[in-house]
Write a protein that binds this ligand. Sequence first.
Ligand code: F6P
Length: 330
Amino acid sequence: MNKMKTEIRRLAVYSSGGDAPGMNAAIRAVVRTASYYDLHVFGIYRGYEGMIDGDIVRLDKGDVGNIIHRGGTILKTARSTRFRTPEGRKLAYEALVANDIDALIAIGGDGTFTGGKIFFEEYGIPVIGIPGTIDNDLFGTDYTIGFDTAVNTAIEAVDRIRDTADSHNRLFFVEVMGRDTGYIALNTGIGSGAGAILIPESSIDVETLIKHLEKTAKRQKLFSLIIVAEGNENGNAQKLASEIRDRFPDYDPKVTIIGHLQRGGAPSALDRLIASRMGFKAVEAIIEGHTNKMVGIQNNQMKLIPFEDAINKSKDIDKDLLRMAEILSL
Ligand code: F6P
């Protein structure tokens, strides 16, 4: 079921879900590796939306030149609701048949892989996934493409906020992306020397936060930077700031939401490197007959992880890192 013998001749690659810096490097690696193995390569625009619409083009080695350093995705991306329906998937299958495409490489997150898995079960088209999401929330890989760049972008922003926070002795809440997980917030918080980090996995309530701020205030620390993941259970940055404003009128808390700034920009060296390795591995895996698996990187080694696990198992936040971040902030 997860290893097939069919010979692959015509491969299509697409990006789906939220874009992430480094997706282009992965597309380049897929196209160049597939060309090396004499496969015909196609690009599907706008993920599953483009698959349904037959928005498919032939890609040659030259088409992916000069893109390794660019953020976003040259193939565009989308979150497709039509592909969630059997009718949508039937149209997508017909478009693939019309182009004689016999294998897929999907770059995206768990929604992308869920779509690929269902599609394989229904139509038998082998698919290998490449983890592309700034959230870094996929089981089976130490890194997802885009995470490192997003954290670097967020840290750069927090450094700038630190200057003004320090000058005015102000408390700042900085909200970073991550609706379900706090990887970006945790790494941004540690890397920027934050006063506190609030993530969905830690459920720190306002009372605890206040106690923590009081502790740091004892050593005349008059300003503080609090990093909040957008999916924080006990409130987003705006809500927390207004609660603190009520309790500590002197603090004059300010809020910055970094938002989609984190998703853009040139990919970091690490993202270019892992994206290239993942694209290369994905093509070799599909040629070897694998399907329904995600390429991952664990301890600097390339791995194949069943979609089932990548989608359903959770990658837990390292609680020791959270503990360390708290100690370092005191
Ligand atoms: O999954 C990546 C991500 O950037 C999340 O961190 C964020 O919650 C979400 O996408 C935002 O998605 P959109 O740009 O579609 O609103």
